[in-house]
Write a protein that binds this ligand. Structure first.
Ligand SMILES: NC(=O)c1ccc[n+]([C@@H]2O[C@H](COP(=O)([O-])OP(=O)(O)OC[C@H]3O[C@@H](n4cnc5c(N)ncnc54)[C@H](OP(=O)(O)O)[C@@H]3O)[C@@H](O)[C@H]2O)c1
Length: 206
């Protein structure tokens, strides 16, 4: 499928490469598309365009922006984003100290009625995205996601499997509040316990 990825940083590049290897077509949305030629070499078949053009080219839009840029972006592009499946991967850290709302809920509010927002990939380190199987424990890593629409979650689950990960449905979008909180905890645990051979991942043992 056509996938729009807004942002051209670490997460954007790794997700794009993984999905492009699985046969998807990537449209990067950048503030400065003219100067992102390196991306085209890294990601076969990808296009780098403005955010507006990327959104209009794809039914699914991944917001791979810094957290503080996400809600303003969603408000600016609300009309274009309505009806699209929007995957918010951003991590609020201390910007939402009370965790009463998840970052992804704020994104849905910014888009307004008709928003189809899912939270995902928040607790997956960027440098594990092309290494879905943990090399130390030989286990496939999990990707947690949350959202309110069953059909939208099914689409995202298949895309997570296309990257080689195990999709873990964490329930409604409000559970993204917990996912937001798992990220600083994972960083803390990674600092304390990570193996020298790899980065940590949450894994549901079941
Ligand atoms: N790094 C991780 O391991 C990780 C893991 C899970 C989730 N996340 C989340 O994923 C999101 C992206 O993380 P990342 O590590 O890929 O970030 P990054 O490397 O800093 O990339 C962010 C991209 O967003 C675009 N952008 C648009 N508005 C921006 C602004 N006001 N300031 C800076 N960049 C802006 C830039 O692309 P253009 O210049 O092309 O517009 C930039 O390349 C973040 O919200 C982060 O919390 C990160």
């Amino acid at each position: 499928m056509n996938i729009a990825i807004i942002g051209t940083g670490r997460m954007a590049r790794q997700l794009a490469l993984g999905w492009s290897r699985a046969g998807h077509t990537i449209f990067f949305g950048s503030r400065d598309p003219a100067n992102k030629g390196d991306l085209l070499k890294q990601t076969p078949g990808a296009t780098v365009v403005t955010a507006e053009a990327a959104i209009s080219a794809a039914p699914l839009v991944v917001l791979a922006l810094p957290f503080t840029a996400v809600a303003p972006f969603a408000r600016d592009q609300a009309a274009a984003l309505r009806g699209k499946l929007v995957v918010d991967i951003s991590n609020p850290f201390d910007h939402l100290p009370d965790n009463r709302l998840a970052g992804a809920e704020l994104t849905a509010q910014a888009i307004g009625p008709g928003a189809r927002v899912l939270a995902a990939f928040k607790d997956n380190f960027w440098n594990t995205l092309l290494e879905p199987r943990d090399p130390v424990y030989n286990l496939v890593r999990d990707v947690h996601f949350a959202g309110d629409d069953v059909d939208d979650k099914q689409i995202l689950a298949l895309l997570i499997e296309d990257l080689g990960f195990r999709p873990i449905d964490c329930g409604p979008l409000k559970n993204a509040r917990i996912l937001d909180g798992m990220v600083p905890l994972m960083l803390e645990l990674d600092r304390r316990y990570a193996s020298s051979q790899g980065r940590s991942s949450w894994r549901l043992l079941n």
